[in-house]
Design a protein around this ligand. Structure first.
Ligand SMILES: [Zn+2]
Ligand SMILES: [Zn+2]
Length: 355
């Protein structure tokens, strides 16, 4: 007989993980109950919740079940649902918005400023439990060719990388510089390649991350982020720099390097969160005619588009998954993710394979 409770992971802060028992929720109108298959850990979980509850506003953690990269299978459907039925495989766009503001109306629930906005794993229960109660309008169908881990990675990290690359219109005309080869940087490399970028240069301070990016064949050059990095970027691009660059680290020096490594008239995006940056605006930005983008997560529509393209490209985000752990080992999973030397860490529930 099935039990009526489930164990959920909460993050009390101070680099700790705790387990709590919850009743298995029942879907209300326009909601579905999703049996979790994969629920990965994002850098934001570490930065704003796990170590300390630093987040404010949309990043304010309310003591709920953690996990904002959920993917699973619909097992119950509430009244009024219009699209999904029991058995459907879904990725959950991790923010439920008010649904009526400008941002929600074009699918950017991430930018919804309403008091009704709630992100899974931040202000409402997330994916680190056997079941997740989701609004139907935050679910996106997972193509059959993609694994549940592929789907989970798209719920935040890959979606974030895709949105920035898409906004910069990366194509076969471009070489791509990525500063910071953590999970989002690796995602940018994988997607940049699929979009046609002809050379991909990646920088990081960590030798392990550089080696991992090279071993996976995701970058054409893995460059140590030190005083010589800019010189190396220039020498590998005929002295021009890359047409497109993206900072995925959030570190001031890496943001500057991304900008300095961008070719005249090029495009540069910042997606790495937190911190600051300081640079000579005339020299680094204006006189180089650079377009600088700030890009935060993605829209519902673009996440759907990403999943469709991954299916068509036969590209699998789960290639960068270095650790799969059961929910009972969430403590270890967070410790690994916080260690920062690895690719993506994912909490998995029984079968997280292709179907
Ligand atoms: Zn809204
Ligand atoms: Zn995230």
């Amino acid at each position: 007989m099935k039990t009526s409770t489930m164990t959920g992971v909460v993050l009390p802060g101070n680099s700790t993980v705790a387990f709590k028992e919850y009743p298995i929720p029942a879907p209300g109108p326009n909601q579905v109950l999703v049996e979790m298959k994969a629920s990965s850990i994002c850098g934001s979980d570490i930065r704003a919740i796990y170590r300390e509850h630093l987040g404010k506003g949309p990043e304010g953690y309310q003591g709920v079940i953690a996990g904002h990269e959920p993917c699973g299978r619909v097992v119950k459907v509430g009244t009024g649902c219009k699209q999904f039925i029991v058995g459907d495989r879904v990725v959950i766009y991790h923010i439920s918005g008010c649904g009526v503001c400008d941002e929600c109306q074009h699918g950017y629930m991430i930018s919804c400023r309403s008091r009704f906005r709630a992100a899974y794993g931040w202000q409402r229960d997330g994916g680190h439990a056997a079941y997740l109660l989701a609004e139907e309008n935050t679910c996106i169908r997972l193509p059959d060719s993609l694994s549940y881990i592929d789907g989970a990675f798209c719920a935040c990290g890959f979606g974030t990388a895709y949105e920035a690359l898409r906004r910069m219109q990366v194509s076969g005309q471009d070489r791509l510089l990525i500063t910071g080869l953590g999970p989002v940087g690796l995602a940018a490399a994988m997607l940049g390649r699929a979009l046609g970028a002809t050379a991909i240069l990646g920088t990081d301070v960590s030798d392990e991350r550089l080696a991992a990016a090279s071993d996976l064949g995701l970058v054409d050059a893995a460059i140590k982020a030190n005083d010589e990095a800019l010189g190396q970027i220039m020498s590998r691009t005929g002295g021009h720099g890359c047409e497109v660059s993206i900072d995925c680290s959030g570190a001031a020096s890496a943001r500057l390097l991304a900008l300095q490594g961008t070719r005249d008239w090029g495009r540069c995006a910042y997606v790495g969160e937190g911190g600051t940056v300081s640079f000579e605006v005339s020299k680094e930005l204006i006189h180089k005619q650079i377009t600088l983008f700030g890009s935060w997560v993605t829209s519902l529509k673009h996440m759907q588009e990403l999943l469709e393209r991954l299916d068509r490209w036969r590209v699998h985000p789960d290639r960068i998954c270095t650790h799969r752990l059961p929910v009972s080992e969430a403590g270890k999973a967070y410790e690994l993710a916080a260690g920062g030397q690895v690719g993506k860490v994912c909490i998995v529930f029984d079968d997280a394979g292709p179907n």
